[in-house]
Design a protein around this ligand. Structure first.
Ligand code: DSN
Length: 423
């Protein structure tokens, strides 16, 4: 068959881009070769609607085994009692949960997108804000940290059916115990979306949401370093508190509601090639090598945040507990848009991000978000974080000087060539 060089030349180009640059987008990582091999395997050819042992198609014996391994490894990794590995993404996982537990118009309470939350936690432009009635909590302007007393006040006043915790740009750990106590006062369910810090949570470096949250969702490709995808988990199954019954008139278990929220509720055939890649990634995340990696991710982020503070940058909440940080650039007279567009000229990739109480639009923003998951996979350690902050500070200080930025780009490219993407 004719080789499609049009597409494959571009894939080679993208690999070069990833090799040459310093990747600081907090939600990205470099999957291992065996994760990518599974994701690119013949399993893409198979239809397998349903669950292992209960499929709507023949020939599912092998994918049943693979999906069962993925489920069991996810449970072992997170200490979960139940897992569904089929969601195509974090957004799909959240859609399935909401379809399972909410009716259109029900109230939800989530972390404000402009304070670091996620689109699927109630944003007006997302299904979660269109189908349900969203309410929000945020951080304090002076500390950049969530005030749980205010979360409680809003929860008691609005009585949402679902409280959502978790974020895309919040660098502090979560008080799941307090949130559960709040949820219990109003008989709400508590959902934790741990998409960003799931790798740190899996290996015990942050509080454990499964101990207190009814349901936990995550992506599998951020700190977890697997293929792009989603996952839903519970520590313990329970009868749904909303009176949803099966055709026999029995109260439905939450696991049954969640399974049907994924399929047939929001998805068709599962991506068995991606599920195999998830199984491989969960296996990797259980190893000592991954433990060393994720500990280094956290150390690198702490050093990077401190280096920014030392150079006079305003890091929201003054530091980080996890792999990421959010920086308010207003004190430097810069916007997120300028920072993103200038740093990319030096092959340093970050993303512009709203900061809490931002006065700029989401297309401009006052902030930038950075994370250490990807560069740590490449083998960078604490002293390299100081060097990266120096490079970023130089680029931003001379953002008007293309000649100087070109010199920094050469330095970045030569330096990064020493580090493989992954092994
Ligand atoms: N787009 C992801 C992130 O960058 O955090 C969240 O969906």
């Amino acid at each position: 068959m004719h080789r499609d060089t049009t597409v494959f030349d571009l894939i080679i180009q993208e690999k070069e881009r990833q090799m040459n640059g310093i990747e600081l987008i907090a939600s990205e990582n470099f999957a291992s070769n065996q994760v990518m091999e599974a994701a690119g395997s013949v399993l893409t050819n198979k239809y397998a609607e349903g669950l292992p042992g209960k499929r709507y198609y023949g020939g599912c014996e092998v994918v049943d085994e693979i999906e069962t391994i993925a489920i069991n490894r996810a449970k072992e990794l997170f200490g979960a009692g139940w897992a569904n590995v089929q969601p195509h993404s974090g957004a799909q996982a959240n859609a399935a949960v909401m379809l399972a537990v909410l009716k259109p118009g029900d109230k939800i309470l989530g972390f404000d997108l402009s304070h670091g939350g996620h689109l699927t936690h109630g944003s007006a432009v997302n299904f979660s804000g269109k189908l349900y009635e969203p309410h929000f909590y945020g951080v304090e302007e002076d500390t950049g940290v969530i005030n749980y007393d205010k979360v409680e006040q809003t929860a008691l006043a609005e009585k949402p059916k679902l409280i959502i915790c978790g974020a895309s740009a919040y660098s502090r750990d979560w008080d799941y115990e307090r949130l559960r106590a709040i949820a219990d006062q109003i008989d709400a369910l508590l959902l934790a979306d741990i998409s960003h810090p799931s790798g740190l949570i899996a290996r015990g470096l942050l509080n454990d949401p499964l101990e207190y949250c009814h349901i936990v969702t995550t992506t599998t490709h951020k700190t977890l370093r697997g293929p792009r995808g989603g996952l839903i988990m519970m520590r313990d199954d329970f009868e749904n508190p909303f009176g949803y019954k099966n055709p026999k008139g029995e109260l439905r278990k939450m696991s049954a509601l969640l399974d049907s929220g994924v399929f047939p509720g929001t998805q068709g055939g599962p991506l068995e090639h991606i599920i195999a890649a998830k199984a491989v990634a969960f296996g990797e995340a259980l190893t000592d090598d991954y433990m060393d990696y994720i500990v280094q991710v956290k150390k690198n982020a702490a050093v990077m945040a401190k280096s920014f503070v030392d150079k006079g940058y305003k890091v929201i909440s003054d530091g980080t507990d996890n792999h990421l940080m959010l920086i308010d650039l207003r004190s430097k007279g810069l916007t997120g848009k300028i920072a993103e567009n200038t740093l990319i000229k030096a092959d340093i990739t970050i993303n512009k991000n709203m900061v809490p109480f931002d006065d700029k639009s989401p297309f401009v923003t006052s902030g930038m978000r950075l994370g250490t998951a990807a560069i740590t996979t490449r083998g960078l350690v604490e002293e390299d974080m100081e060097k990266i902050v120096d490079l970023i500070d130089n680029v931003l200080s001379y953002h008007y000087d293309d000649g100087k930025i070109e010199v920094i780009k050469q330095e970045v490219n030569e330096w990064m060539r020493n580090f493989p993407l992954n092994k």
